[in-house]
Structures are given as structure tokens and as C-alpha cells.
Ligand binder design. Structure first.
Ligand SMILES: [Zn+2]
Length: 102
């Protein structure tokens, strides 16, 4: 798991400014690129990076169009985010705010 800076973009769901993305896949150390999927750390909406690295929300009705392996990766990332969020809550820091990370 590694965190990479990305061009600042706002989550279309909650307005969080996203300036970094963490790769939740084991054995892959690349930063995100256009077409890659991500999850907003605050509102947990599924998003995709556009060509200009802006973020757009994936409509729930489009989830079923994603390849099964992609859905499995998103579910793993959601579980990781939930685990991190629980730890952050216990330790009084915000998982979605890099300035707040311990
Ligand atoms: Zn959001």
C-alpha cells in the first residue's frame, strides 16, 4: 500500500479536496491515472479519474457494469478504509485529512 500525490480535485459527492490517493492493491506501487477508480475517504463514493485527473462519481447503476475483479478490489478498498476510519476515530484523527494524520 502506498500513497501518491495527485493533482488537486474535488470529490463531486462531498466536496473534499483530494490531493493524494492510496493504492490499496498489494504488489502494485503505481499512482493513479486516467480511468482508474478510487473511493472518497470521507463520503466513500466510488469515483473515477478523468483524463485531466478530475474526479467523477460512478453512478450506482453502473457498478454492475464493472468487471467482477474491479468490484472485488473496490470492496477490499472499502474494508481497508473502514478499518482505517475506525482506528482514526479511536485515536481522534481524520482518515480523509492528510494534515491530521498521526
Ligand atoms: Zn466525498
Amino acid at each position: 500500500m502506498s500513497t501518491h500525490p495527485v493533482p488537486a480535485a474535488c470529490c463531486p459527492g462531498c466536496g473534499l479536496e483530494v490531493a493524494a490517493a492510496t493504492n490499496a492493491e498489494r504488489g502494485v506501487d503505481d499512482g493513479p491515472g486516467p480511468g482508474d477508480l478510487t473511493i472518497c475517504a470521507r463520503c466513500r463514493r466510488f469515483l473515477t479519474f478523468e483524463t485531466d485527473m478530475s474526479l467523477v462519481e460512478i453512478a450506482p447503476e453502473d457498478y454492475v457494469k464493472l468487471p467482477l475483479e474491479t468490484l472485488a478490489s473496490l470492496m477490499r478498498a472499502l474494508r481497508l478504509l473502514a478499518s482505517l476510519s475506525q482506528k482514526a476515530e479511536e485515536e481522534s484523527w481524520a482518515v480523509w485529512d492528510p494534515d491530521d494524520w498521526p
